[in-house]
Design a protein around this ligand. Sequence first.
Ligand code: FES
Length: 85
Amino acid sequence: MKKHEIIVCMGSSCFARGNKATLQKIKDYLKLNNLEEKVVFKGNRCFDKCGKGPNLMIDDKMFHQVSEENVETILDQFFSIFRIY
Ligand code: FES
């Protein structure tokens, strides 16, 4: 089965505006949900979309204005994980 790919922008703009924290959040998320084997997770240089950042790419879809607060929702929706809080 093909692995999903999550790419977090490590360019200076996105990194400084939140992707540093988002990176850790994604790592924790993948571990907690046993997704580490199913996902290739990596950083990338600037996507040339700094104005819309912080940016995150999941497979072929780019997400903008990603934050430590909303990244979990983005991942939940992508992986169709439903939670009852
Ligand atoms: S630094 Fe992320 S798109 Fe430029």
